[in-house]
Design a protein around this ligand. Structure first.
Ligand SMILES: C[S@@+](CC[C@H](N)C(=O)[O-])C[C@H]1O[C@@H](n2cnc3c(N)ncnc32)[C@H](O)[C@@H]1O
Length: 253
């Protein structure tokens, strides 16, 4: 048992660092999004923003031959991505860097594709799309997932949860209009299935949290962290028909 009181941020990193990914998504849905982006050999320079420990970055690298830079604000996640790329002999074309999505370190108009799963809402869908447009070549693509309303019913408890997490849900129609008004041709959008949340994210995260509840048995912060995660799961199971992650794919014009 660990007697030190961990911070909320420590617990968040510890619960996520060993996971394949840090948010809802799956290899099948990455492939579904990639199907809209053929031919794949057009992508020489790719950025994966808010890459976490790089679950989706490595899947992208299996399909695309170009150079991929994963960017995330958490150095621990970036380090894991770089280790995973090295273990797969991909270090020559996959690398992780620490950075901020709202202040990208790339040359202007240098990227063929910007990928970002589960991260753009942290800086705002529109803010992200407008800022990132500067870094895409003309005709370059964007593929992002963003939590969105799927129906016209917007339960207050869900709204409250996402606002508390520093995010805001909008409807798919509004997000497509924002994409078009931010300098992109709309290509496609589709909602991630429930299994991307339950099987690909909540279940492995819960395994880690159960282990951590033993490790930090005396920690109130840990109890609070576990309760917060449980609340997120219960909220999703109760209201999943009304909201979910949606892929938005566009082309810079
Ligand atoms: C929900 S996780 C998704 C991670 C990964 N893309 C996935 O789908 O598994 C969101 C990620 O965005 C990163 N992030 C949040 N705000 C950021 C910012 N302003 N700049 C860079 N990274 C950020 C977090 O550190 C976290 O790794």
């Amino acid at each position: 048992m660990n007697t030190e009181e961990p911070s909320f941020l420590d617990l968040l990193v510890e619960a996520h660092i060993g996971l394949d990914r840090q948010g809802p998504g799956s290899p099948e849905m990455i492939e579904r999004a990639l199907d809209f982006l053929k031919p794949w050999d057009q992508f020489e320079r790719i950025a994966d923003l808010g890459c976490g420990s790089g679950g989706q970055t490595l899947i992208l690298a299996e399909h695309l031959r170009g150079r991929i830079t994963g960017l995330d604000m958490f150095p621990n996640f970036v380090e894991v991505l770089n280790q995973r790329a090295k273990a797969r002999n991909l270090s020559n074309r996959v690398s992780g860097i620490v950075g901020q999505m709202e202040d990208l370190p790339f040359d202007k108009h240098s990227l063929d594709l910007i990928w970002s799963e589960g991260a753009i809402d942290n800086i705002g869908f529109e803010t992200g799309l407008v800022h990132w447009h500067n870094y895409l070549k003309e005709g370059g693509y964007i593929a992002v997932t963003c939590p969105s309303w799927l129906t016209r019913t917007h339960p207050a408890a869900v709204e409250q949860f996402w606002t508390g997490a520093g995010s805001k849900l909008d409807t798919i129609d509004n997000n497509i209009a924002i994409l078009q008004n931010s300098g992109y041709q709309f290509i496609a959008s589709f909602a991630l299935p429930e299994t991307c949340w339950t099987d690909d994210y909540f279940a492995p995260r819960d395994n880690d949290i159960q282990r951590m509840l033993t490790k930090y048995a005396n920690s109130n912060t840990m109890k609070e962290y576990a309760e917060q995660n449980q609340h997120e799961v219960e909220l999703y199971m109760q209201y999943k028909q009304h909201y979910g992650y949606v892929f938005y794919i566009g082309r810079a014009i």
